[in-house]
Design a protein around this ligand. Structure first.
Ligand SMILES: NC(=O)c1ccc[n+]([C@@H]2O[C@H](COP(=O)([O-])OP(=O)(O)OC[C@H]3O[C@@H](n4cnc5c(N)ncnc54)[C@H](O)[C@@H]3O)[C@@H](O)[C@H]2O)c1
Length: 366
């Protein structure tokens, strides 16, 4: 099945055992950095969840979050999983550290909301997939654009009946250097930013990226590239580009500048997030801020992150459906691997799909 095709019957896991859970779910969060703290805030504000445990390798951080959430603090994931009877776990670790933790959660059969990207390499992602298949457990990858109304509506406008045959696609995600400095070596522009658009492109195009040719530049000397630009082909014959940058000056309005556009034989669909619908001007300049991803509205975190988390909680309580099959998340990481290889080798690289080989069951071209 192509990424983005309707999967109304995403397999549900053993946890369900034929019963619905109408009570609030006992949830644990692993990784309490930037996004993990937001998960904690949303979970403490949700009627569907009770945040009972939090884990961070940094004990001070774990205690700090435990202080205001009233959850129990841990520094070791295994200890949290052993001691707590959890209905769900949100994994918010840097992608480099996903594989062991995600496999442990999956092996225990605990439903998991795993932050994007699935892992830091396709091989690591396959290992998580193997554990999920073995346990039959539920997993949603936290690709927030799957709940962004602008992207969801553009996805609807991109269906073949409206768009015709897809001709070309363009996706861009630009951010500021401060983000690169903050993240350092813990991740890369490709895995931190790029995965969002690879997933969105494959979802909206209803097709997979088949080959990539990528170039990068690094002038600031951060631990990462300043920008990666990619030219790609798709299995459906469309061509496209991806642009990633975190070289913009800090003054970039809203700190982000992202677009996607799809042009077909019958129509086109596009999203431009540069104006968030908010602008404030003072004597030194103008400002805007996120109004879609995780804005604080009337004291509560809203937006796509909240909607993704709520959808996950509903799926765990009721047995589905999920917003996205985790195999789509692995498919996106396969493309990131090819882009990384193309940058390194300076040539076009075909995306290796386990679906075409021995791992067919992992990537699920069913
Ligand atoms: N969905 C989104 O839009 C979105 C946005 C931002 C980040 N993310 C993803 O969330 C993940 C985390 O990103 P972040 O920006 O919050 O990172 P971060 O560096 O701010 O936080 C990571 C936290 O994990 C902790 N940690 C590291 N290794 C650990 C381990 N083995 N056990 C327990 N704790 C450990 C660190 O101490 C830190 O507190 C990444 O996968 C990133 O791609 C997703």
């Amino acid at each position: 099945m192509a990424p983005g095709a309707q999967r109304s019957t995403v397999a549900v896991g053993k946890w369900r055992k034929g019963k619905l859970m109408s009570r609030p779910l006992r949830v644990g969060v692993v990784g309490l950095g930037y996004i993990g703290e937001l998960h904690c805030r949303i979970l403490t504000q949700s009627a569907r969840a009770e945040l009972v445990a939090v884990t961070d390798i940094n004990e001070q951080r774990a205690q700090e979050i435990a202080g205001w959430t009233k959850a129990k603090a841990y520094t070791q994931v295994s200890e949290m999983l052993r001691n707590e009877d959890l209905d769900a776990v949100n994994v918010c670790l840097p992608d480099l550290h996903h594989v062991d933790v995600a496999r442990e959660v999956a092996t225990r059969g605990i439903p998991m909301l795993l932050e994007k990207p699935v892992a830091h390499t396709a091989e690591a992602a396959y290992r998580i997939g193997e554990a999920l298949l073995a346990s039959g457990s539920l997993c949603q990858i936290n690709h927030v654009l799957r709940s962004d109304p602008r992207y969801v509506l553009a996805h609807a406008q991109s269906e073949p009946g409206k768009l015709g045959e897809l001709i070309h696609v363009r996706a861009a995600r630009n951010s500021v250097g401060a983000l690169a400095r903050h993240l350092g070596k813990s991740t890369s522009i490709l895995f931190y930013l790029g995965v969002h658009d690879v997933d969105a492109v494959q979802w909206m195009a209803r097709s997979q990226i088949s080959s990539v040719f990528a170039r990068s530049v690094n002038k600031f000397g951060h631990a990462n590239e300043d920008a990666i630009f990619v030219s790609f082909t798709m299995e459906n014959g469309a061509i496209g580009t991806l642009e990633y940058s975190w070289a913009w000056p800090e003054g970039l309005l809203g700190g982000f500048n992202q677009q996607i556009e799809l042009v077909g034989t019958k129509g086109a669909a596009s999203v431009d997030t540069r104006m968030e619908g908010l602008r404030a001007v003072n004597q030194t300049g103008e400002m805007s801020e996120d109004t879609f991803l995780w804005p604080e509205v009337n004291g509560r975190i809203g937006g796509c992150l909240r909607d993704n988390i709520e959808n996950f909680l509903i799926a765990v309580q009721s047995g589905g459906p999920l917003l996205q099959d985790w195999r789509d998340g692995i498919s996106a990481v396969e493309v990131l691997d090819a882009i990384r290889q193309s940058v390194r080798e300076g040539r076009e690289v075909a995306v290796v799909r386990r679906s075409q080989g021995a791992g067919r069951e992992i990537n699920g071209n069913d």
